[in-house]
Design a protein around this ligand. Structure first.
Ligand code: PEP
Ligand code: MG
Length: 898
């Protein structure tokens, strides 16, 4: 190809001055922030000019040993030139300096996880220029010291405590407590101490060349894509590492130029409740980072919110009425333009409004539901779009308990209701303690002065989070909402003494390990544990679920075996039971004696006698289940686990059993030994039990059919039992089991003089079963994909032991996700596709479902839709998630066809 015809890659996209190279649709290339800055600029909104370095540049950086593309330097220089023209300032010019911010901005927002540098371009010369331009020397040197601290921390990797200590020393010497008491000369002195400290630490002076500063910051932002917290956040939110981040270089505007300057964050609707009312916080005379870092407690935007919160400090509406009116107009335009709730950052510089960011706002599940339902009702989006707007997994938040209103609340402090839901746990004061004592180990509440993004792992391990400082938009609040952790922020009454390991509030003292409860919906912190209630599933939830149900094709069933689970399943909208594991009916302590007697019997007659004792109990279970399900399909899987699991294991256990059953302990032990297997997962389990001891399955089929007859005879809706055989691998196995089932069912119906509709089918959970699906389909009327075992047997990875090494696989990028959570579409998925195809060819209309854990995982549900399964089945609490995911999958499939 001739060099002239080669198109050069565009790595830099400019925005500002009422136009832009990019637009909102270019999120993948420009990141969310960059794409929306471009869009706002084109809409004619007041956006400080700047440019975006693409995410492709970041990908290039990592693919090429951290080197930039060759053309980048020239393109950045050109971008900077445009900004200089638009602002009338010059980068590095001592008299008229252009200052810029350098910020990350990935495709998906990752609040606070990556790095930012503000006030870049300041040095010993330009600070004087800034002082003259602003007519404020104090402001200029305050900005310079902020820059030195931020740059040193982010780019030079120096500890920020060093700077805080220097500032504290100055304040002590001056005998003042607040930053605002420092004069221009004081800040000058701080600046020179900062510079000296930097030089001492790194053995070179603080970089004075603005170009060097700029490239240092760009490199640091790209590098921050790979920092620990960003990696952890990505994993938690399923954000691929390959996306990379964009870098936004934008001319600075200052919210800290006195009392007509301000900076703030706004949501067009309440991100916690979804209420349609402008909502947010701002700070007079401050820089943006002051708001999100939660260091100063911000003021309300509107008068109503201020009054509701009982605050004295004036709202933006009252303090800056003209700018506020303009702002209100801009934000409502933005919401209509984007057709979604917006999260907006803005700055007011000497009475002039600037828009720094807009994006679809992160919200709680409760708010997501309300906003989606409201936007559809307002006619801004369709019902189908509303269904697509709610993240299925987030519904989990709504299914969490809240505090029983009837219980007494011993309030020890109140703060802001930053993330809803209630949680009880033991107090921990550090993220590390939360990691150690929380998670699956125990319930802890992380109590912090304020949280920083480094605390993210601790927050994840805690049941809830309390901070003494910070507002609703502080990182703690945003991150907790994203994770669905209840959070109370800015609980100023709490005094934390980390050294003594205690917190004091309202004259009471609580130590680490004491139990507290937090209510993230009211902002209250309560002493002790408090009674909780289950969530209400009406209102917006029911409305959206109704819309989802109208869109979806896949049926949703529940995995349930107890009456409690079955009732919950129906309450959550399950359309049947997709898997009733009969094991628990054998494990039940009241029955275990008869079960052991059955296992220990020397011959078939002995086994049958013991099984006869279990039969009425099994029948009663099924009668109850069928009653609850009121005619909906119920898939009952016959006994699956290895027999030895039912036997006592320790010497004391054996003694106890011998005593209770009158059986000989020696014989008991011997039999237990006999049944022991080297590899029980691949041993006498599943239908191999039924083939070896047909009387067990016969008893179960009898119990099922008798129960169905009983329910039908009582005039209640007749159940349609689907009798399912586990771990089948061969057509001949299925034939044997089918005949056993039909023979027994026929006998029962003849005894009863009743006819019952029932189906006989199989789990598909072995690769051979999938490959030879046609053989199985000859005798099976339905298949249910048991993807737990199918994943285990396809990979040859034990489902019980994989936890020990899966992380290594995920860290090394061999697995993108845990295949026991999200279906491995290429391998396991191919087997499912093949089985579906071959099964349908052999028996047109064979019913197909899935009942492994994947049945409740949204990504796996999308796969099930693509294969055209008839239903998914998952645990009761995930049924709403599955209903919504199934609806989204149906829309996704339709769109694929377009
Ligand atoms: C499965 O293997 O996917 C399944 C549902 O059965 P179980 O988890 O009981 O082995
Ligand atoms: Mg299984």
């Amino acid at each position: 190809m001739a060099a002239e015809t080669m198109t050069k890659t565009k790595w830099v996209y400019a925005f500002g001055g009422g136009g832009a190279d990019g637009d909102a649709a270019m999120k993948n290339l420009l990141g969310g922030k960059g794409a929306n800055l471009a869009e706002m600029s084109s809409l004619g909104l007041p956006v400080p000019p700047g440019f975006t370095i693409t995410t492709e540049a970041c990908t290039h950086f990592y693919a090429n040993e951290r080197n930039y593309p060759a053309e980048l330097e020239a393109q950045v220089a050109a971008g900077l030139k445009t900004v200089e023209t638009l602002t009338g300032k010059a980068f590095g010019d001592a008299a008229n300096p252009l200052l810029v911010s350098v910020r990350s901005g990935a495709r998906a927002s990752m609040p606070g996880m990556m790095d930012t540098v503000l006030n870049l371009g300041l040095n010993d010369a330009t600070v004087e220029g800034l002082a003259k331009l602003a007519g404020d020397r104090r402001f200029a040197f305050d900005s310079y010291r902020r820059f030195i601290q931020m740059y040193s921390n982010v780019v030079l990797n120096l500890d920020h405590h060093m700077f805080e200590e220097i500032l504290d020393e100055h304040k002590e010497r001056l005998d003042v407590t607040v930053d605002t008491a420092l004069s221009a000369e004081d800040w000058e002195a701080v600046v020179s101490d900062y510079k000296r400290a930097v030089e001492d630490e790194r053995g070179a002076e603080f970089p004075q060349d603005p170009q060097a500063q700029l490239w240092g910051a760009i490199g640091a932002v790209f590098a921050s894509w790979m920092n620990d917290r960003a990696k952890f956040y990505r994993r938690m939110h399923d954000i691929p590492e390959s996306w990379g981040t964009a870098v936004n270089v934008q001319s600075m505007v200052f919210g800290n130029m006195g009392d007509t300057s301000a900076t703030g964050v706004a949501f067009t609707r309440n991100p916690s409740t979804g209420e349609n009312r402008l909502y947010g916080e701002f700070l007079i005379n401050a820089q943006g980072e002051d708001v999100v870092a939660g260091i100063r407690t911000p003021q309300a935007l509107t008068k109503v919110s201020r009054e509701e919160m009982g605050e004295k400090a004036p709202s933006m509406e009252e303090a800056l009425p003209d700018v506020f009116a303009q702002f209100k107009d801009v934000v409502s335009r933005l919401e209509t333009h984007y057709r979604d709730m917006q999260d907006i950052e803005f700055t007011v510089e000497k009475g002039r409004l600037y828009m720094l960011q807009t994006r679809n706002g992160k919200r709680t599940a409760k708010a997501a539901l309300k906003v989606a339902v409201d936007l559809a009702s307002e006619g801004l989006i369709s019902k189908e779009e509303a269904v697509m707007r709610v993240e299925p997994a987030s519904l989990d938040q709504l299914l969490h308990p809240t505090i029983d209103p009837a219980s007494t609340r011993e309030v020890i402090a109140t703060g802001l209701p930053a993330s809803p839901g209630a949680a009880t746990g033991k107090i921990v004061f550090t993220a590390a303690d939360a990691e150690q004592q929380g998670g699956s180990v125990g319930a802890v509440i992380l109590v912090r002065e304020e949280t920083s993004p480094e605390d993210i792992r601790g927050m994840d391990a805690a049941r809830g989070v309390v901070t003494a400082r910070g507002g609703m938009t502080s990182h703690a609040a945003v991150v907790a909402r994203g994770m669905g952790r209840p959070c109370v922020s800015g609980a100023g009454e709490i005094h934390i003494d980390t050294r003594a390991g205690e917190l004091r509030a309202r004259g009471r003292v609580f130590r680490a390990g004491d139990v507290i409860t937090i209510d993230g919906s009211t902002g209250e912190v309560l002493a002790g544990a408090v009674k909780m209630i289950e969530p209400e599933l009406s209102g917006d939830f029911a409305t959206l679920m109704g819309w989802a149900d109208a869109v979806r094709r896949l049926k949703v069933r529940a995995n349930a075996e107890t009456a409690v689970d079955a009732r919950a399943a129906r309450q959550f909208g399950a359309e049947g039971i997709g898997l009733c594991r009969t094991e628990h009916m054998f494990f039940d302590p009241a029955r275990i004696a008869a079960v052991r007697e059955m296992i220990l019997a020397d011959d078939e007659a002995g086994r049958r006698a013991a099984l006869a004792k279990i039969l009425p109990m099994q029948r009663a279970d099924f009668v109850e289940l069928f009653g609850i399900m009121e005619g909906l399909p119920v898939t009952i899987r016959l006994l699956d686990p290895p027999l030895h699991e039912f036997l006592p294991h320790t010497a004391e256990d054996v003694e106890a059993v011998a005593e209770a059953t009158g059986l000989d302990p020696v014989k008991l032990l011997r039999r237990a030994e006999e049944l022991k297997e080297v590899n029980p997962m691949l041993g006498l389990r599943g239908c191999r039990l039924g083939v070896s001891f047909p009387e067990i399955y016969e008893m179960q089929v009898r119990a099922i059919i008798e129960a169905a007859c009983e329910v039908a005879a009582s005039g209640r809706p007749a159940p349609i039992p689907e009798i399912m055989h586990p771990l089948v691998a061969k057509g001949e196995e299925m034939k044997f089991l089918r005949e056993l089932t039909d023979r027994t069912a026929k006998a029962v119906m003849a005894e009863r003089g009743q006819t019952i509709d029932y189906m006989v089918g199989t789990m598909v959970e072995l690769p051979r079963a999938a490959i030879r699906a046609a053989d199985l389909a000859e005798h099976a009327e339905f298949f249910s994909f048991g993807t737990n075992d199918l994943t285990q047997t396809t990979f040859g990875i034990s489902r019980d032991d994989s936890g020990r090494f899966l992380n290594a696989y995920i860290d090394k990028g061999i697995f993108e996700k845990d295949p026991f959570v999200t279906i491995d579409q290429d391998g396991v998925g191919d087997l499912i596709r093949l089985a579906a195809e071959r099964g349908r060819a052999a028996r047109p209309g064979v019913k197909l479902g899935i009942c492994g854990e994947h049945g409740g995982d949204p990504a796996s549900i999308a796969f099930c839709e693509s294969v055209g399964l008839d239903y998914v089945s998952c645990s009761a609490y995930r049924v709403p998630i599955a209903r919504l995911a199934a609806a989204q999958a149906a829309v996704g499939e339709r769109e694929k066809d377009r």
